[in-house]
Design a protein around this ligand. Structure first.
Ligand code: CA
Length: 223
C-alpha cells in the first residue's frame, strides 16, 4: 500500500487530506509540526510527503532542506498558501518535486501525487522485450509485431515466465510450480494446454518444444 505523509498544521486541511487520500486507497500519517514531519520523513516508511511550508516548530522549507542534505529521496509535494513565486522557486530549488497552491482541489492534488509515484517507478522495468514480441507488466497485454493481444491471467503468467528466461529450456515442473503453484497436480496437462493457447495468440513458432525437456521461448534479436 502506498503511504503518504501529511505535514500540515491546519486541522481542517488535515481532515480533508486524510479523508480524500484514504478514499483513494492510500495509507496516511500526519505530522502537525516541522520537527515531527522531519522525523517521520526520515523513517523511510513513506512513499511521498505532502509538505505545508508554514509549519510550527520548523519551517517547511527547512524540513525540506534538511531532508535533501541527508540525501533522502522521498518525493515531496509542497503545499503553499504563500503567493509569492519566490517561495515556489525556493521550494523547487530546495528539492521539492512539485507544488500545489492552496486552496487546491483534491482532483488536482491526486493527479500530482499519481505523477510523482509514477516517476518514482519509472526506473523499474515495466516492459519485457524479445524481438517484436513485448509484454507490458502494467497493462498485462502482449504486443506482437505492433498488434495488441489480450491474455488471460494464466496465459500472462506463463508468457512472463518465458519472457524472463528467453532461450532457456523451461521444464514442465518449472512452469507448473512458477505459474500454477506448488500444490498443482504434477500429472495434469495444463502446461501443454496453456502453451498451446499462448502459441495461438503470439505465434506458434515463438515457443519451441524441446522433446523430453520442456519448452523454450525462441530468443530473438532486439528490434
Ligand atoms: Ca500551515
Amino acid at each position: 500500500m502506498t503511504r503518504i505523509l501529511i505535514a500540515e498544521d491546519e486541522p481542517r486541511i488535515v481532515r480533508f487530506l486524510v479523508k480524500g487520500l484514504q478514499a483513494q486507497g492510500y495509507a496516511t500519517a500526519t505530522a502537525t509540526d516541522g520537527v515531527d514531519a522531519l522525523h517521520l520523513a526520515r523513517t523511510g516508511d513513506f512513499d511521498l510527503m505532502l509538505l505545508d511550508l508554514g509549519l510550527p516548530g520548523m519551517d517547511g522549507l527547512d524540513v525540506l532542506a534538511e531532508l535533501r542534505n541527508q540525501k533522502t529521496v522521498l518525493p515531496v509535494i509542497v503545499l503553499t498558501a504563500r503567493t509569492s513565486t519566490d517561495d515556489v522557486v525556493t521550494g523547487l530549488d530546495g528539492g521539492a518535486n512539485d507544488y500545489v497552491r492552496k486552496p487546491f482541489r483534491l482532483a488536482e492534488l491526486l493527479a500530482r501525487i499519481r505523477l510523482q509515484l509514477r516517476t518514482e517507478q519509472r526506473a523499474e522495468e515495466f516492459v519485457l522485450h524479445n524481438g517484436d514480441l513485448s509484454l507490458d507488466l502494467r497493462t498485462r497485454q502482449a504486443h506482437v509485431a505492433g498488434r495488441t493481444i489480450d491474455l488471460s491471467s494464466r496465459e500472462f503468467a506463463l508468457a512472463e515466465m518465458f519472457m524472463r528466461h528467453p532461450g532457456q529450456v523451461l521444464s514442465r515442473e518449472q512452469l507448473l510450480s512458477n505459474v500454477w503453484g506448488y500444490d498443482y497436480d504434477p500429472m495434469s496437462n495444463v502446461v501443454e494446454v496453456y502453451v498451446r493457447y499462448l502459441r495461438n495468440k503470439i505465434g506458434p513458432e515463438r515457443i519451441s518444444t524441446v522433446r523430453g525437456a520442456g519448452y523454450r521461448l525462441v530468443r530473438e534479436a532486439d528490434e
